[in-house]
Design a protein. Structure first.
Length: 364
């Protein structure tokens, strides 16, 4: 699915910025593991890293692209919040092809706190691929995703965890109700969220918000590719997972520039069509193509029956465009029905029993 970083670490103590980090060729994926190394001490007041072989309770996953000025501060703030909770955690930065020294900044943060990890992709694969790589590397039972530009506030993480645990939810999505972005980004986002909420029938206000908390099994069951990461709540809801929402604080961007343009809007609507098709008709493609095919075929048949009656009545049909329309609709109907049947055969041949359901609990 995604590209997982390579473990970095020397055989003995090292010094300087790359202490405990093995050098790799330019562009080589790099993963900084959270185990403590000689010469590296955790931040003052920080909780001890998980014992060797033990998984942390929480993974905070942050995809980053050219965010070198922010990752150090973000790592310190996330650690401070989760240390106050007394919860074991890891902070995984996924460097999606940065060119500004982001990877070096994460390594420096790792030297300060070994619970900071790095997964470095060979090039820019996109946010969905970065999230997938991070999920593959994550070890926590609960995953919190957030952006690396400091617009998401780490102080909100305890509220996400409380909502997740107290209400028995599987996914909690953030809602940037008071979004601190230019109007050129706010209004298209509101339109997109409104349309998505109506068509997908999932009662969330902000599908674009990357600040979310998940139980591990949600991301284990859902395939994230292309640009479908913003539709994870829709896909999760269709799988039967319980989805909720909380309002979150949103800060103005302090460093860098947004990585998204206006093309995100039309791409989002195309992805929405993809999600609606996948969630409603993937198990039964004939229900979609068959309905359209039957309607077209019946309409064409009705037209041709009408023209046949006229022809038997002595009228010439050579100058009637309606004849061509009737024939075209019948042919189109047959093609759509055939497409639906082929889709059913593909679905049957590739059917995986475990993918057809999702289990919440087993007893005994």
């Amino acid at each position: 699915m995604g590209v997982r970083g390579r473990a970095c670490g020397g055989a003995g103590p090292k010094t300087g910025l790359g202490a405990g980090v093995e050098s790799a060729p330019v562009g080589t994926p790099t993963a900084v593991l959270p185990e403590s190394r000689a010469g590296v001490e955790p931040a003052a007041g920080a909780a001890e890293p998980s014992p060797a072989g033990g998984a942390p309770a929480i993974t905070v996953l942050v995809p980053v692209l050219d965010e070198a000025p922010t990752v150090g501060e973000l790592a310190a703030r996330v650690a401070a919040v989760l240390d106050r909770l007394g919860r074991s955690f890891e902070l995984v930065f996924v460097d999606d092809g940065s060119a500004d020294g982001t990877a070096a900044a994460v390594r420096a943060a790792h030297e300060i706190d070994p619970r900071v990890r790095l997964v470095r992709l060979r090039r820019n694969f996109g946010k969905a691929a970065a999230l997938t790589a991070g999920v593959d590397a994550a070890r926590g039972a609960v995953l919190v995703t957030m952006d690396g530009d400091l617009q998401d506030d780490p102080e909100e993480i305890p509220r996400f965890l409380a909502k997740l645990e107290e209400e028995g939810l599987d996914l909690v999505s953030g809602w940037k109700r008071r979004r601190r972005d230019p109007a050129s980004k706010r209004w298209p986002s509101r339109l997109f969220n409104w349309v998505t909420r109506r068509l997908a029938r999932v009662d969330l206000h902000d599908f674009n918000c990357g600040f979310k908390a998940y139980r591990r099994e949600v991301l284990d069951e859902i395939a994230i590719y292309g640009e479908l990461h913003r539709f994870i709540p829709v896909l999760a809801s269709r799988r039967g997972f319980a989805v909720g929402e909380i309002e979150v604080t949103h800060h103005p961007r302090r460093h860098g520039v947004s990585k998204y343009g206006l093309d995100r809007l039309y791409k989002g609507f195309l992805d929405l069509l993809t999600v609606l098709f996948l969630t409603r008709y993937t198990p039964r493609p004939l229900h979609l193509f068959g309905l359209a095919g039957v309607v077209c075929f019946l309409a064409g048949t009705a037209i041709n029956v009408y023209l046949a009656v006229l022809w038997f009545g002595g009228q010439y049909l050579s100058n009637r465009p309606l004849l061509l329309l009737g024939a075209l609709l019948m042919i189109l109907g047959i093609q759509l029905l055939s497409t639906g049947l082929i889709g059913e055969m593909i679905t049957h041949s590739s059917f995986r029993r475990r993918a057809s359901y999702s289990v919440r609990e087993r007893v005994g």
